[in-house]
Design a protein around this ligand. Structure first.
Ligand code: NDP
Ligand code: MG
Length: 389
């Protein structure tokens, strides 16, 4: 039996992971599940999967979780510290699917105890790429990408030598506003930005898809995970979301990964790696689909993509700054404090104000310096938002 833990179990990736594991309960022993506010779902899944421990991020809701687990034999715990402790419990395979910068620490702890880390939490690579990749190397652990584009690139590279790779192309659906004018985007509401044409995902990543901040994070994620020059990374708008990524080789070949927009493919690939096993995803009939479309992204409408390359050129803790500023800007948009296009303005302003800071340039990348930078960038982003209003 493989020991598995799922962090962010109540979210969209977490639920898809549970769906795969619950189909084959005899093969897995579930160690820990974590969630945030959705206590009932967390308790229900922990009981169903016979987890050792269920942890909510919210300390104030520990009693509620205890009550929901009463008599089940599943241990209850709460708070960020308890999540890190749960990640330290020995497990063979750990899903990192908390949303945001909070996902970094449990991923690092899981690698330190020797787990294979299935990484959906792209913020880990964006904020602390060198730290998480270095931890995997030092501890002899493996990171397997779960983001669909990165899973696709990873699959395209099996048996290949990185020195033969000239281009890595990740695709973007264009999100909710791909055919909207800049004027209309400026007036867009969080409700409009929260519906994705192809993928069914959590609210935050869905809005990040509409602004292409998600793709910007993924450009950084690509650079950090595959350790390639950022000039090699391209983004292509592909409205059908069926080609997830392409790898371009020095002999002119382009290897494309094609599949339905269903995260259970990438999750299942990481779960069974290095084998492939049958997965409950739709089989595409390309003759029925007929045609697929591709175009370059419009950088004026999606400034986040330009910012991603600026962040990569800055290096160091610029990724942590970018991600934290983006998270605060996203909160501001969701709470109607700033407009849709102002999210990029806020992030750009925070990068500009903090890029001069010596600590950002010179600090060694540790969990502490990443956390400090994250806090400073959040504070600065709040100031920028206050000045805009
Ligand atoms: P969701 O918002 O659906 O789920 C997020 C999960 O994290 C929930 O379990 C939530 O708990 C928990 N959570 C929220 N805040 C905290 C916190 N501060 N501390 C601990 N746990 C917390 O997100 P997704 O599943 O969509 O995304 C998860 C990660 O995977 C993100 O990094 C995203 O970018 C990435 N990803 C997602 C894809 C998708 O298809 N959804 C595709 C590729 C990558 P609760 O809901 O109980 O409050
Ligand atoms: Mg993705």
């Amino acid at each position: 039996m493989r020991k598995v833990s799922i962090f962010g179990a109540t979210g969209s990736i977490g639920q898809n992971t549970i769906d795969l594991i619950a189909r084959d309960m005899a093969s897995y022993a579930v160690v820990a599940l974590s969630g945030g506010q959705n206590i009932q779902q967390l308790a229900k899944d922990a009981i169903r999967l016979r987890a050792d421990v269920a942890v909510t991020a919210d300390e104030a809701r520990l009693e509620e979780l205890r009550a929901a687990l009463a008599g089940s034999g599943v241990e209850a715990a709460a708070g960020a510290e308890a999540i890190a402790e749960a990640a330290a419990r020995p497990a063979d395979w750990v899903m990192s699917a908390i949303v945001g910068a909070a996902g970094l620490r449990p991923g690092l702890v899981a690698l330190e105890q020797g787990a294979t880390l299935a990484l959906a939490n792209k913020e880990s690579l964006v904020t602390a790429g060198a730290l998480i990749m270095g931890t995997a190397e030092r501890c002899g652990g493996q990171i397997l990408p779960v983001d669909s584009e990165h899973s696709a690139v990873f699959q395209g590279l099996v048996g290949e030598d990185m020195s033969a790779v000239e281009r890595i192309i990740i695709t973007a659906s264009g999100g909710a506003f791909r055919d909207w004018s800049l004027d209309d985007m400026a007036k867009a509401t969080p409700e409009q930005a929260s519906s994705h044409p192809n993928w069914n995902m959590g609210q935050r990543i869905t809005i990040d898809s509409a602004s292409m901040f998600n793709k910007a994070l993924e450009v950084i994620e690509t650079k950090e995970f595959f350790r390639c020059p950022h000039e090699m990374i391209e983004v292509l708008v592909h409205p059908e979301s069926m080609v997830h990524a392409l790898v371009g080789f020095n002999d002119g070949a382009l290897m494309a990964h094609v599949g339905p927009p269903d995260m259970r493919h990438a999750i299942g690939y990481a779960l069974h790696y290095p084998e492939r096993q049958k997965l409950p995803v739709e089989r595409l009939d390309l003759s029925k689909i007929g045609s697929l479309h591709f175009r370059d992204p419009d950088l004026e409408r999606y400034p986040a993509l330009r910012l991603a390359h600026e962040v990569l050129a800055m290096g160091g803790l610029a990724g942590a700054t970018f991600n934290a500023a983006k998270e605060i800007a996203l909160d501001g948009f969701i709470d109607h404090r700033i407009g849709f296009l102002q999210m990029a303005e806020v992030v750009e302003e925070v990068l500009e104000r903090l890029s001069a800071s010596q600590c950002l340039k010179n600090a060694e990348m540790t969990l502490d310096t990443v956390t400090e930078t994250d806090h400073l960038a959040r504070k600065t982003a709040l100031e920028v938002i206050a000045e805009l209003n």
